[in-house]
Every structure is written in C-alpha cells, then in structure tokens.
Design a binder for this molecule. Sequence first.
Ligand SMILES: [Zn+2]
Length: 129
Amino acid sequence: MFELTVESSFAAAHRLRDYQGKCETIHGHTWRVAMSVTAPAVNQIGIAADFHDLKTILKQVLEPLDHVCLNDIPPFTELNPSSENIARFLFGRLKALVQQHGVQLSKVTVWESPTACAAYSEQPRFNSV
Ligand SMILES: [Zn+2]
C-alpha cells in the first residue's frame, strides 16, 4: 500500500462558540492542511497518483475557506469551526474528488499552529480501550 500526502493552506478567521478562553473571541489562523491518500499499486512509470492533480483538488476545496470568517459560512454557521470539525468537513468534500483519480482518501490533518493539529480519518487507526 502506498500513501501520498500533499499540503496546502488557507488563512481565515474564526471564533469558537461555548468556549471559555482566548478562542471565544474572533481571531485568525493560517491553517495548514495535509491530505493523505492511499493506493494499492503504482502505474508503469511508478506513480500512484499525480501530485499535481492532488494539489489542484486540495486547493479547489480550500479556496472557499480562504480569507473569510469561517463562522459565516455553512456548515460553520451551526457547527463550531474547530480544527477537528474543519478536518472532518474537508474529508467529506475531498473523498469523492480523489476517488476520481483512483486513490482513496485516508486522512485529512489541519494545523491551526505549527504545534497543534487535528486529523480526521474514517479508518480505525487506533485501538479503542
Ligand atoms: Zn483559533
């Protein structure tokens, strides 16, 4: 199994509802987003999927989030725009798009700072206790 990852970023404002602390007031982040896909095999030239195609898909999906207040756009008018929820939202948007290129979306990771990220996956990666 191969796993390929591409990254992009967007800058946006948000505020967390029902949160007590700095993040309850509006502020901005440059979110870095990593999209990982898996493929069982490579083609005759050793490629599972074209990185350029994957980057294009990711940039297209991130474009509506760039330079907006996330709380103003669905689903974040209702759903708290946490890094966790942003990762799950992006996973839903990206899943079908990457399948058109013959690969499976495995994970979307969203960094809200260089030292804090949340990842969403539909595959069980951890054993629950
Ligand atoms: Zn924040």
